[in-house]
Design a protein around this ligand. Structure first.
Ligand SMILES: *[C@@H]1O[C@H](CO)[C@@H](O)[C@H](O)[C@H]1NC(C)=O
Ligand SMILES: *[C@@H]1O[C@H](CO)[C@@H](O)[C@H](O)[C@H]1NC(C)=O
Ligand SMILES: *[C@@H]1O[C@H](CO)[C@@H](O)[C@H](O)[C@H]1NC(C)=O
Ligand SMILES: *[C@@H]1O[C@H](CO)[C@@H](O)[C@H](O)[C@H]1NC(C)=O
Ligand SMILES: [Zn+2]
Length: 540
């Protein structure tokens, strides 16, 4: 009895504490609000009309995603909550679970986020799923439901039936929009996508998507990513992202991609065998965009600054994938997050080199291109891939490689006058400043680990130093330039030899920040961004 009472007291104490635990103003302020504005006055009248229709179609995706998450609409869910801040934080997260805090619930009595969400019956078990004999159960485009009758047997329902009202509206709008497209390829894609949504067969529209390359406008719409299904990782969440292509940067990327073979031959490794692989320049399907609308799963919680699609392995085999780089979101994260961090860690005399277009953004672009350089297979000719050989150590090393090879690439271009008006300090200082943003997410993250490896290596060679009086960091240009090829060499040799032991010991020794006193005060600096969006923010 005593024990029970003690428990009850403990429980109610917990509840009281829990209530005070959530400071919603503070939670909301983890996000900086970004306005998705864009001047589209240069587009044709028909393209503008098309954008309006696509914007309207995108918004409907939100309704489906709320249903997928909670089994009810946003209005039905929010009706229980009067507090403005709670409603806002629910809207940001598309539900009562905090996407910046391991999906923990921030509303009392809601409980943990169910792994099934509303894709499967809440009470389904692993065994029941395994024993359910239905060829559609693993489709990314079906939900599992129970029969109403006594049997409560499982059944599969296609998305186009489960979300029929919304899907039909979206499908019709895409068909209508296709009538106004100035680009033939995009017109074809919208038609195919409209059909795909109505029958859940996406292969044709994915192929058409990969085949169009000149479209000035882009939309990624439908059930796409499967991260939200943590029960089986099978069911796709609805999202829509409407984008405008940056023609200047898309053209530049094409040019730099075509330089990959030359770079491959000139990699800074002595032994030729580490640079003899043919680089994958032909697969460089990469474009730069500005985002003007985002609804559904892509709009929930923290935001991606790049998209790599489609996910269908059959399409990937036939056509490869497309990399979508979202420039206005990178700019937003640069302004709202990276720059405030840089002001706290970079020596004031070098702060002018922390720049967007010629620093941070260029570094990100060359990081992406540089994944196509180096070695994919071991140099011993066994046919084993680096990924197979390095296993869990592969990702941090591959990301570290792309980072430093990107910087090496830019340095090479500058030294051979292949890029004009280049102040390499912009790239170097922006890179070092960017490391402090990436390591914020903890060393379990492959990107954070990669950043730490490079940071420690470069520091050992004096590429930058910390002033022990001011605690500011500054780059030593000459030493940085000497250290870059050394680091490239270090990584490529481990990768080419598939030396798992070396990768492991490097990560164990250098995979954590170990420079004395690197304690950065991130307080007051947002963690991510949320969007203010609407047709009224576009300049027609
Ligand atoms: C988009 O939706 C709004 C609001 O429902 C409507 O007024 C407008 O006519 C729609 N635009 C187009 C081009 O269909
Ligand atoms: C599964 O269903 C198929 C088709 O309905 C049937 O032929 C097969 O025997 C079933 N398998 C089992 C293990 O029940
Ligand atoms: C698209 O254009 C065709 C031919 O001009 C027309 O028949 C059709 O009704 C239009 N569709 C929509 C949805 O506006
Ligand atoms: C550190 O910064 C202080 C203040 O700006 C400066 O006087 C000093 O020379 C710097 N130390 C080094 C080693 O650069
Ligand atoms: Zn990468």
């Amino acid at each position: 009895m005593k024990i029970i009472i003690f428990f009850i007291i403990l429980l109610s104490l917990n509840l009281i504490l829990a209530k005070e635990k959530f400071d919603f103003k503070k939670l909301i302020n983890q996000y900086s609000v970004i306005s998705l504005e864009k001047d589209i006055s240069y587009l044709s009248k028909n393209d503008k009309l098309m954008i309006e229709i696509l914007f309207n179609a995108s918004k409907i995706v939100d309704d489906i995603f709320w249903k997928q998450t909670l089994g009810k609409s946003k209005q039905q869910f929010l009706v229980n909550y009067k507090d403005k801040d709670i409603r806002e934080y629910c809207s940001i997260n598309y539900g009562p679970w905090d996407r910046l805090n391991n999906d923990n619930s921030f509303i009392d009595g809601i409980g943990n986020k169910p792994p099934t969400l509303n894709f499967y019956p809440l009470d389904i078990t692993e065994d029941e799923f395994d024993n359910f004999n239905n060829s559609l159960k693993k489709s990314s485009y079906t939900v599992l439901r129970r029969d109403n009758g006594q049997s409560k047997n499982l059944k599969c329902i296609w998305y186009n039936q489960e979300y029929k009202t919304e899907v039909m509206k979206i499908s019709n709008l895409l068909m209508k929009a296709s009538n106004y497209s100035s680009d033939k390829g995009f017109k074809e894609y919208l038609k195919k996508r409209s059909i795909a949504l109505s029958n859940d067969q996406y292969y044709d529209s994915d192929i058409t998507w990969m085949e169009m390359t000149n479209n000035p406008i882009e939309i990624v719409i439908g059930p796409i990513e499967t991260y939200d299904d943590t029960f089986k990782g099978l069911k796709a969440s609805f999202q829509s992202q409407l984008l405008i292509k940056d023609l200047v940067w898309s053209e530049k990327i094409k040019k730099y991609n075509s330089m990959l073979p030359e770079l491959q031959e000139n990699l800074p490794v002595e032994d030729k065998k580490y640079k003899s692989e043919k680089s994958g320049s032909s697969k460089g399907d990469m474009y730069v965009y500005d985002l003007i609308a985002s609804y559904g799963s892509g709009n929930a919680g923290p935001k991606n600054i790049a998209i790599n699609l489609p996910n269908d392995p059959k399409v990937q085999l036939d056509k490869g994938t497309r990399k979508i780089q979202i420039k206005n979101l990178m700019k937003a994260k640069f302004d709202e997050i990276l720059m405030p961090i840089a002001k706290r860690v970079i020596d004031p005399t070098q702060l002018k080199h922390v720049t967007f277009e010629n620093g941070f953004f260029e570094n990100v672009m060359f990081h992406e291109i540089s994944h196509g350089l180096g070695v994919k297979f071991l140099v011993d000719g066994s046919g084993t891939s680096v990924h197979q050989a390095l296993e869990v150590y592969y990702s941090p090393l591959e990301e570290a490689k792309a980072d430093i090879l990107g910087i090496y690439f830019i340095t090479y271009l500058a030294e051979h006058n292949l890029i004009s008006n280049k102040d390499l300090m912009d790239n170097y200082v922006s890179y070092i400043a960017g490391i402090f943003r990436s390591v914020r997410f903890g060393s379990s993250n492959a990107h954070a680990k990669a950043n730490t490896l490079n940071f420690n290596f470069l520091h050992k060679y004096g590429a930058f130093e910390k002033n022990s009086t001011t605690n500011y960091f500054s780059v030593n240009f000459n030493k940085m330039k000497l250290a870059i090829p050394k680091l490239v060499n270090h990584i490529l040799v481990i990768q080419g030899n598939g030396n798992k032991k070396a990768a492991q010991s490097w990560i164990n020794e250098m995979g954590t920040l170990n420079i004395e006193d690197i304690i950065i005060d991130y307080s007051g600096i947002p963690i991510d961004i949320v969007f203010k969006q609407g047709l009224n923010l576009l300049k027609f």
